[in-house]
Design a protein. Structure first.
Length: 645
């Protein structure tokens, strides 16, 4: 053992023993209300029982009437100092000025304690809080969490473990100078102040971080675990509850907290950020006027944040409009503002999930010919439209809200799906957020990216249902008219997978691609009548036709099908008499991309059994132009719009 490591070990023992006993409560009062004396309770955890200090709300506090909410708090101390009383002023603030019952947890910090013990104890404390509402007299459905320094790390770990377990989301979080990167080199914790500023050395210095890492995070390979280092928790960033992050200008931790805040915001989380000027980590010199002013500024931010989000009149994670609060009140959307109006990209109110629906943050949206039909008002005579009407039917993204009656999807699920064509036509997916019926939303298989998933639902369902309608048998020959489009390319593959000889209409430019998808014969529809070309190659006719092109019955090449064959069409269909005269049966296909239909398609795409042909990927700002290209027949495969919500 080197002298440095010996000194660090002695320092760690000092922090865990003597320093713990020396730490006193911060000598400042942040409430003028009468707050009851603290109670001590025992919380069972998987590692044994731990202590917690319960502070009941002042009787006249804003949220204290009826059954008050409950707030879980974790103190700091580099995972070595076990002194929850140092945050008594914060517990009394929340109890007195918010009106929540505060549970200040005394998690294990003894020398030699290793990750993830404290993190698991912290989550077990949340589970106890939620299971003890009736016995303890608090509202277990209105739970928030906070932490200072190492405690901020634990607060984020509680949120993440709850997400992994599928628990209800917490109402809010307040992170005060949180420690978010256990993997950073200890030497990186330096003063963020400019050189020559005269600022003193930071409270959290290289030695303190090194000692904390070597004691609690002794296994260096686990320091990037999202529980240990929330800054690396990419999977959980978007589902954070409304979160307040408070940093201190002179704090060496500030740089890491700002990095975390930026990542969380970019993921779509609602983060309120406050940097208090002139102070260091934890406001250690609380007797100084500047530190006291900083503590009061912190207190006001925490009070306002928790009061807003623990209000019983507000559904969990929502703003006053009912929109999940981290989403914002408005969103960008490509829409038709009024009947007969031109398409616009602009701001619209963010929608909310209703009964039987889910709200998703759209990451990608697939375009379909139907979108142009809705934009032009072509279907207005068939079913009512409501304006502004958002375009787009297919999407992939992340669930942000779940309506009543939905039990198989949860916030944070990565999904894809479709807005079913039911009246009134109003909601769409070419927007930062979209409401979809839960029945047409499926979880996205591992390995399937958002662009591919967004290209599947409507076109894939139309192809699958068309193929099923003609009941193809192995060894038969089936014509796919419109094979070089999105629906057609899927139909070619689904038929080939059943052992069918596929005849596909296309152009010389698409011939090689269609053969790769499984077509045996390519008919160039630009070179002459499709029926004549098919009959030249197959004099007896093909066994069936899957038609996905042409809106005029005269354009449907039913004459290529032998008597006794079948026709399925997603567009036009010859009338019953014409079909009967030719000895054919016909089925008009109105695609229903329900979960049962799109799930197997996604699984095939994820495994590589189904190729998803995406011709171009464009941002939302170019979606209107892309719809124009689709209408002009210039799309050779699917067009997908990506969003950065």
């Amino acid at each position: 053992m080197t002298l440095t490591s010996l000194a660090d070990a002695l320092y760690a023992r000092f922090l865990a023993t003597i320093a713990t006993r020396l730490v006193k409560a911060t000598p400042i009062s942040l409430t003028t209300r009468s707050v009851p004396a603290t109670e001590t309770v025992s919380i069972p955890t998987r590692h044994g029982s731990i202590r917690a200090f319960v502070t009941r709300p002042a009787a006249d506090a804003p949220l204290a009437s009826g059954t008050p909410p409950v707030h879980l708090h974790f103190h700091g101390g580099a995972f070595l100092v076990g002194a929850p009383w140092q945050d008594e002023h914060l517990a009394r603030l929340v109890a007195g000025e918010v009106g929540a019952t505060v549970v200040n947890v005394d998690y294990t910090t003894a020398y030699g304690t290793r990750f993830p013990r404290a993190h698991e104890e912290a989550y077990d404390a949340l589970r106890w809080v939620r299971s003890s509402g009736q016995a303890m007299g608090w509202d277990a459905d209105r739970v928030s969490v906070s932490g200072v320094s190492a405690g901020g790390n634990l607060a984020l770990a509680v949120i993440e473990q709850a997400r992994r377990a599928g628990d209800p989301p917490l109402r809010a979080a307040a992170l005060i100078v949180p420690f978010v990167d256990a993997a950073a080199g200890a030497a990186e914790f330096v003063s963020p102040m400019p050189a020559g500023s005269g600022a003193p050395a930071p409270f959290v210095n290289e030695r303190l971080v090194r000692v904390s890492q070597e004691n609690y995070f002794a296994d260096a390979t686990r320091r990037t675990d999202p529980l240990a280092s929330p800054v690396y928790n990419d999977a959980g960033m978007a589902t954070l509850p409304p979160t307040l992050v408070v940093t201190a200008e002179r704090d060496s931790v500030r740089v890491f907290d700002e990095r975390f805040t930026d990542k969380a915001r970019n993921a779509g989380a609602a983060i309120d950020y406050l940097c208090i000027p002139g102070v260091d980590h934890g406001f250690p010199e609380s007797s100084k006027e500047q530190d006291q002013a900083g503590i009061r500024q912190l207190a006001e931010a925490v009070r306002a944040h928790l009061t807003e989000h623990l209000d019983p009149a507000r559904p969990a994670g929502t703003s006053t409009s009912g929109v999940p609060s981290h989403l914002g009140e408005t969103m960008r959307a490509l829409h038709v503002p009024a009947a007969g109006a031109a398409i616009e990209l602009g701001d619209l109110p963010t929608p909310t999930a209703g009964e039987g629906t889910v709200l998703i943050r759209v990451k990608a949206a697939g375009l379909n010919a139907l979108d142009n039909g809705l934009a032009s008002g072509m279907m207005a005579g068939m079913m009512p439209h409501e304006y502004p009407l958002v375009l787009g039917r297919d999407a992939a993204g992340v669930v942000e809200g779940v309506g009543d009656g939905v039990s198989d999807l949860a916030v944070g699920d990565e999904v894809f799906g479709h807005v079913l064509l039911v009246p009134p036509i109003k909601m769409g997916t070419l927007a930062e957020y979209a409401v979809l019926p839960a029945a047409s939303v499926a979880k996205k298989p591992a390995g399937l990216d958002d662009v591919t998933a967004a290209a599947l639902p409507l076109a894939g369902a139309a192809a699958a249902q068309s193929v099923d309608a003609v009941q193809p048998q192995s060894g038969q020959t089936v014509l796919v008219n419109g094979a070089d489009g999105g629906v057609g390319s899927y139909a070619v593959q689904l038929l080939a997978a059943r052992g069918v000889t596929v005849v596909a209409t296309g152009t010389p430019a698409s011939a090689d691609r269609l053969r790769q998808l499984g077509a045996t014969t390519i008919v160039d529809w630009t070179a002459g009548p499709v029926v004549d070309q098919v009959r030249d190659a197959y004099p007896d006719g093909v066994d069936a036709l899957v038609n996905v092109a042409g809106f005029d019955p005269a354009q449907v090449p039913a004459g290529a099908v032998r008597s006794g064959g079948a026709v399925a069409s997603t567009t036009a269909l010859p009338d019953e008499q014409a079909l009967s005269t030719a000895g054919l049966t016909g089925t008009s296909i109105m695609a229903r991309p329900t979960r049962e239909v799109i799930t197997p398609l996604a699984e095939q795409a994820a495994s590589g059994a189904l190729t998803v042909s995406v011709s171009s990927v464009v941002p939302l700002e170019q979606a209107a132009d892309a719809l124009g290209a689709l209408a002009a027949g210039k799309a050779n495969g699917k067009i997908v719009v990506t969003l950065d919500a």
